[in-house]
Design a protein around this ligand. Sequence first.
Ligand code: PGU
Length: 464
Amino acid sequence: MATFAAASAKPMAVIDNSQLSLCQKKFDGLRVGYAFAKRKSSSSLKVKSVSRINMALATDVSRFEGVTMAPPDPILGVSEAFKADTNDLKLNLGVGAYRTEDLQPYVLNVVKKAENMMLEKGENKEYLPIEGLAAFNKATVELLLGADNDATKQGRVATVQGLSGTGSLRLAAAFIQRYFPGVQVLISSPTWGNHKNIFNDAGVPWSEYRYYDPKTVGLDFEGMIADIKAAPSGSFVLLHGCAHNPTGIDPTPEQWEKIADVIQEKDLTAFFDVAYQGFASGSLDEDASSVRLFVARGMEVFVAQSYSKNLGLYAERIGAINVVCSSSDAAIRVKSQLKRLARPMYSNPPVHGAQIVANVVGNPTLFDEWKSEMELMSGRIKGVRQRLYDNLSAKDKTGKDWSFVLRQIGMFSFTGLNKAQSENMSNKWHIYMTKDGRISLAGLSLSKCEYLADAIVDSYYNVS
Ligand code: PGU
């Protein structure tokens, strides 16, 4: 009774302990007060007292006492900290979201045009089928594998529209958990932080393969191959299709061939996460070459796609999960099960982003315009990369080689700053970044490069 007594001294006088414990057995938490009040209001207890009891129970005793405070998200939480900072110098290099040179969010012109087309057509807001918008699913698989791909023509690809990259990965993880229980997924060390959450929550065991070599600030290819070779046969291997997050280091085409060899020899299955198609090289086709190489070999693969970055549709939550199978029969069955998993999770996906993608990819004029806009975005990032490198080289009088900044690709640079140094960047310089030392160059402007270089050099040399 201690908790109830603490809630209010006065009303306790009218409740007898045995009555309450009886109630507690039947009803837990807040329902105790409600049920007790209902019963008592028809008998001896005064309504006034009852309502006070209810108040006491409802306000002071929570069913959620055992719920602990979750830590802020390591990536999205950075934006919250940035917003709370009132200093004019502040810079948000946390989340991988494209900004203009004025550091403003950017809505692509092709997206605006596609939305106008949708308005003119008077598109409705009916439910989509569970697998998503047919025109989107056709466009997305063609963008990924190429228009004339054999796997698509033979009906061997199960494509289901997903809630952007994250939702598509999560759906595939649920599929793995259901059909391959206990089978592990190998993920790169390091990787995008949410990968671990996704597999943890889906109940899929995971382990890491070596990827980043801090000594060379490059790919630990030997380590990667050795770890993949050592995986139990049947395991899934999560690979970043291009623009590896957070390192910005991708395997070369020759290395991709060797990775495919090992995966094939060891009877493993590749699971590609393609969140940056077009952002690594500026070319949609070139950035899909890793996936296309595996598919051309006839290998079965999972591919999660996202349109958050390349079409700037972050908030529309549009993406897809594709499972390339060795037969059309398998693809039909796999798709049916993906739909079955999606139905109780979110029923069916949102339509707006799907229509935008279908209109852009499916319209040759808009498609060409999109490619130019993407070159513009990736070109701006390459520009700030170069400027940052120039500034770092000029500011750092020790002669340290900062050329890794130029070799890394995509939205990010993996600076090599440790947790304490990254914290110094935020606390002293008001530059917000993830604690693993990653900065998003998509959130940097040419004019801020010098300030950033000062902050990096200070943090690198003056904080251990
Ligand atoms: N996969 C990778 C490798 C990613 O980097 C991201 C986004 C996603 C999937 C999922 O993106 P969707 O928006 O769900 O399509 N990573 C960004 C965005 C912030 C976040 O963590 O979600 C990032 O800054 O790392």
